[in-house]
Design a protein around this ligand. Structure first.
Ligand code: SIN
Length: 287
């Protein structure tokens, strides 16, 4: 069986068929998948009925896997599975005013995964187990294009600047109580450049509103204004692919040059269950 790759958007995203992710992937197929992942930034595999164990095996073809810091978002059986869902472990929808329900709405803010780590994630694999009918789409934006097409005046303003990214900051966006100290101690803030230099010489914008607390060297107000300006620039429709989920879609994306967000949905009513594996990065964000 050979794979077929269909472009979904001029700048980002492709659909891949002709591969069964529940089975071991042959070396030549894996090479084609890696090439498609690199070229399109986001690849979708429709109609894949995979277990958590199979997702972990498939994801390991692309690198080691991260463990999400908060225990209540991890699968109890397989710690590499990060449960992105409004459904609790008892299979009931979480009441919307609870901390865990509010936490689950942080995916409604644009981000690249794990930008709070000194070496952020390389990419992620997401298995759509239950999807919603209204909202709940995932939007992906191409940060090479956002940087390359940026007006020179804005490019000049951000050259050499770094932003502080913090897991603890993300919780303040939903006014959540601080994490327990032993977990918080493992997540100190980190500074990353706003312009990421890739090993092949290309540059992309590196922004992650969920975690980006402050641009270093600017006042709080200037920093908030610049973050807002950059996010508005980076998420224009022309840079964005919208994925409308079907059950059993599996998507994988590159966290080094794409950002994503989920469109809001009625999270007290409709069930949305997605399982993510997160591929560990291999290099720090170079400026
Ligand atoms: C994520 O933000 O990593 C999850 C995206 C989604 O649930 O569609």
């Amino acid at each position: 069986m050979s794979i077929r790759v269909k472009r979904l958007h001029p700048l980002i995203g492709a659909e891949v068929t002709g591969v069964n992710l529940s089975e071991p992937i042959k070396q030549d197929t894996l090479a084609s998948l890696k090439a498609a992942w690199e070229e399109y930034g986001v690849i979708s595999f429709p109609g894949q009925l995979i277990t958590d164990e199979q997702q972990v095996v498939f994801s390991r073809n692309f690198g080691d896997l991260e463990i999400f810091p908060q225990a209540d978002n991890r699968s109890a059986q397989i710690p590499e599975i990060f449960r992105i869902t409004n459904v609790a472990a008892d299979d009931q929808i979480r009441p919307i005013n609870t901390s865990s329900a509010l936490y689950s709405t942080l995916i409604w803010v644009w981000h690249t995964d794990s930008s709070y780590r000194p070496v952020p994630s390389k990419g992620a694999v997401l298995n759509a187990i239950e999807v919603v009918k209204n909202g709940g789409d995932t939007l992906f934006a191409n940060m090479y294009a956002a940087y390359e097409q940026m007006p020179s005046a804005l490019k000049n303003r951000i050259t050499g600047l770094k932003a502080r990214h913090s897991f603890l900051y993300s919780r303040t966006l939903r006014k959540l109580p601080p994490l327990e100290q032993p977990v918080a101690d493992t997540l100190p803030p980190v500074d990353h450049p706003l312009v990421r230099h890739h090993p092949d010489g290309r540059k992309s914008l590196y922004v992650s509103a969920t975690y980006m607390e402050q641009i270093i060297g600017l006042s709080k107000r200037e920093s908030q204004q610049l973050i807002h300006e950059l996010m508005t620039w980076a998420t224009q429709d022309r840079f964005v692919y919208r994925h409308r989920w079907q059950p059993h879609d599996v998507l994988m994306w590159d966290n080094r040059w794409t950002i994503h967000v989920v469109t809001p949905f009625n999270h007290g009513v409709e069930r949305r269950v997605m399982h993510r594996t997160t591929i560990t990065g291999s290099e720090p964000v170079r400026g």
